[in-house]
Write a protein that binds this ligand. Structure first.
Ligand code: G1P
Length: 293
């Protein structure tokens, strides 16, 4: 089976729900505990074996390219001051030459359109899509779990999880067939719908932000058919491909934080600080003191 080596990360969104925080900083470079959201997501991709990251960007997002590049002055300064642990931490997020591509989406036409913009770089091999707003804390990582499922069943794999009560209409929702593995958590998919009107959703499982897709998806996306909200939807293209190739839904083991939302970003910051071996105990004590006020 062809390995999954490339990942598409659509980062062009304006971050409407967290403005004004994302007015001058690309929203995916906002911080979660010790590094930008996007650095956590790229680390998850690297741990899963991704060798090439394709960022789908918009205007004003040049800082993303700089973040994953070398920073000579910073590195020189840290080295000359003997701050070697910080230097190692800075370097650990750098990607190597040829490991990242940047594609301008140019118009905000939807997630499906963003993924379609990567078609020439992906070529004819299976690939991952990682939605960087969704920080997925898991061990092994969410993408590694999806790739393991893909290794087992092939085709397309979509990571899903239960939607909070009353919120299914905000997401892509899947319809499941029979369970095929992972103790009942990996199932065939029989359908999917983007942002179903309340009360019509086929299940409570929403598409949460990691996908393994076959390159045939680009055929479906090239029709540029608008769907929910007038946007070109990835879910609609996947539904079209479901007629010709299998899709599986994986309920992953982990916790998802929607960092495109103020409360989700705050929860992620607290959760990542609490699980840090060095600062976790201090963070817990600080939170207790705050709550006791
Ligand atoms: C997108 C996808 C949707 C998915 C969601 C997860 O929607 O289209 O299927 O459930 O991400 O966050 P958006 O958040 O762009 O409206």
């Amino acid at each position: 089976m062809t390995p999954v080596r490339k990942a598409v990360l659509p980062v062009a969104g304006m971050g409407t729900r967290i403005q004004p925080a994302a007015k001058t900083t690309p929203k995916n470079l906002l911080n979660v505990y010790d590094r930008p959201i996007l650095a956590h997501v790229v680390a998850e991709g690297r741990a899963a074996g991704i060798e090439h990251f394709v960022f789908i960007t918009g205007r004003g997002q040049g800082a993303i390219e700089d973040y994953f590049d070398r920073a000579f002055e910073l590195e020189y300064s840290l080295e000359s001051k003997g701050r070697m642990a910080i230097l190692e931490d800075v370097k650990s997020d750098q990607l190597g030459p040829g490991q990242m591509s940047f594609v301008r989406q140019m118009e905000p036409l939807g997630l499906g359109h963003a993924v379609w913009c990567a078609r020439d770089i992906i070529g004819d091999e299976p690939f991952a899509v990682m939605l960087p707003d969704m920080l997925m804390a898991a061990e092994p990582g969410a993408l590694a779990q999806a790739i393991a499922a893909h290794d087992a069943v092939g085709g397309n794999v979509v990571v899903v999880e239960p939607a909070p009560p009353g919120e299914a209409h905000k997401y892509g929702i899947v319809a499941l067939g029979k369970a095929v593995g992972r103790g009942g958590r990996l199932s065939t998919m029989t359908g999917m719908v983007e942002k179903p009107p309340p009360g019509t959703e086929p299940s409570n499982l929403f598409i949460s932000g990691r996908y393994i897709l076959q390159p045939g998806i680009f055929d479906a996306l090239s029709a540029h058919t608008p769907g929910a909200g007038g946007e070109i939807q990835l879910t609609d293209a996947m539904l079209q491909r479901l007629e010709v190739e299998p899709f599986h839904a994986l309920e992953y083991d982990g916790v998802t934080y929607d960092c495109g939302d103020k409360l989700g970003l705050l929860r992620a910051n607290v959760a990542y600080a609490l699980k840090d071996p060095e600062c976790g105990a201090d963070c817990r004590a600080a939170l207790k003191a705050l709550l006791a006020r």
